[in-house]
Design a binder for this molecule. Structure first.
Ligand SMILES: [Zn+2]
Length: 76
């Protein structure tokens, strides 16, 4: 279960919580700062490695070799 960090926009206190992806938005919406009681948070992405491009990425360049062998070695 991933760990999320949210930083209070008012006092800067970082609050951590663990939640499933489905409950993340709900958890974030119910956060209250322990220090100042603020509900204004911004998510901190420092410790989480996000993977980009989960779909696609098959845009390979065309094969420049041509024919059956790269470099035309077939004609020897
Ligand atoms: Zn605060």
């Amino acid at each position: 279960m991933p760990l999320y960090e949210y930083k209070c926009k008012d006092c800067g206190k970082v609050t951590e919580f663990r939640s499933s992806m489905d409950n993340k938005a709900e958890m974030a919406g119910s956060l209250i700062c322990e220090d100042c009681g603020s509900r204004s948070f911004s998510q901190v992405f420092g410790g989480i490695a996000l993977t980009q491009g989960s779909s696609g990425g098959n845009d390979l360049p065309p094969d420049t070799g041509g024919g059956c062998c790269p470099g035309g070695m077939c004609n020897l």
